[in-house]
Design a protein around this ligand. Structure first.
Ligand code: IPM
Ligand code: MN
Length: 362
């Protein structure tokens, strides 16, 4: 309370990184929905645009300014479109922007809900929204993604390439702990599945397994469960209803969430968040920059809009997040024909308008 007795509302500062390809288009629709949600629920925000991405790199030769992470630390959240440019060699932008920000901002959780909304087609036979509704907690700063390793005798017949998986007790435990907390808060089936490969990766996943069952003792209300990653992909197709929350390492999490995305209707609807629970988090549609659809007003913005919902939930704006979730469900269930680019029965901007209107209707 201020001296005058008036509650001063916090103004959220949001950095907007539209990025490459269709990124800026889908983010623009998300921002429409942000405006609508703020009008309905009353929170305040301001956005700042950044041009980080492939075009800037081709123009300047720089992927990111040196103080990029420091700049981002001044915000309450980051809203990202997509990174990846057809004229830039694969890896440069992905590593130089996306992974760099995840690492520098210590966003050690990659939270990826696998949720089939009503009316959305899934390739899984006889499965519906009640069956496909779980969340993958992917470790986001370690594993095979740290760049540890190296190459010897490159280009010769004796070439040696080593890419090591880094797993620290601290890094693994904080991820597992987050997953248990998340599972408790989600309050659904109250089951947490560790997805690993203890039968082969006996060093790394022994650490994961021990940490998992030790932390599990602090959460007697949660059923701890284990599945090898290969079996996990099988159950994700055959019995997705068995899952509630899955926790796994960076590489396995990357792979299984693309599978998960396909079961929930494709990249057009799959959202995710790179989360630092004590810092600044970054939300993004998990699909790529889709260069062939750029500028055509056909790409599905729902993944970006879902990511915005996750952003608001993380900021504590639960009511706004719930309204957005409800609006997406109504749009998929009653309005849109398909989740695929060009087949939605609506253009990109029309989907944004539709969701904004539904949010305003409550
Ligand atoms: C993802 C992407 C990234 C990853 C790439 C673009 C570096 O596939 O967000 O899942 O591997 O994490
Ligand atoms: Mn991926």
């Amino acid at each position: 309370m201020s001296k005058e007795g008036i509650v001063k509302l916090k103004t959220y500062k949001i950095a907007v990184l539209g990025g490459d390809g269709t990124g800026p288009e889908v983010v623009a629709e998300g921002l429409k929905v942000l405006k609508a949600a703020s009008e309905v629920t009353g929170f305040k925000y301001e956005t700042t645009d950044y041009d980080w991405g492939g075009d800037r790199y081709l123009r300047t030769g720089n992927v990111l300014p040196d103080d990029a992470a420091d700049q981002m630390r001044q915000y309450d959240a980051i809203y990202l479109g997509a990174i990846g440019h057809p004229d830039v060699k694969p890896g440069i932008l992905e590593k130089g922007i996306l992974l760099k920000l995840r690492f520098d901002l210590d966003q050690y959780i990659n939270l990826r809900p696998v949720k089939l909304y009503p009316g959305v087609e899934t390739p899984l036979k006889d499965k519906g929204p009640n069956d496909i509704d779980y969340v993958v907690v992917r470790e986001n700063t370690e594993g095979l993604y740290t760049g540890a390793g190296g190459v010897l005798k490159k280009g010769t017949p004796d070439e040696v390439a080593i890419q090591e998986s880094i797993n620290t007790r601290k890094g693994v435990e904080r991820c597992i702990r987050y997953a248990f907390e998340y599972c408790r808060k989600r309050n659904k089936r109250k089951k947490l599945t560790l997805c690993g490969k203890t039968n082969v990766l006996t060093w790394a996943f022994d650490l994961w397994e021990r940490a998992f069952y030790e932390v599990a003792k602090e959460y007697p209300d949660i059923t701890p469960d284990y599945a090898h990653v290969d079996a996990t992909t099988m159950w994700m197709v055959k019995n997705p209803e068995w899952f509630d929350v899955i926790v796994t390492d960076n590489m396995f999490g990357d792979i299984i969430t693309d599978l998960g995305a396909m079961t929930q209707g494709g990249m057009g609807i799959a959202a995710g968040g790179n989360i630092n629970p004590a810092g600044v988090s970054m939300f993004e549609p998990i699909g790529g920059s889709a260069p062939k659809y750029t500028g055509l007003n056909v790409i599905n913005p729902l993944a970006a809009i879902g990511a915005l919902g996750m952003l608001l939930e993380t900021l504590g704006e639960q009511k706004a997040a719930d309204l957005i979730d409800k609006a997406i469900a109504k749009a998929t269930g009653e309005k849109m024909k398909s989740m695929s680019a060009g087949k939605m029965g609506y253009s990109t901007t029309e989907v944004g308008d539709l969701i904004a209107d539904l949010v305003k209707q409550g």
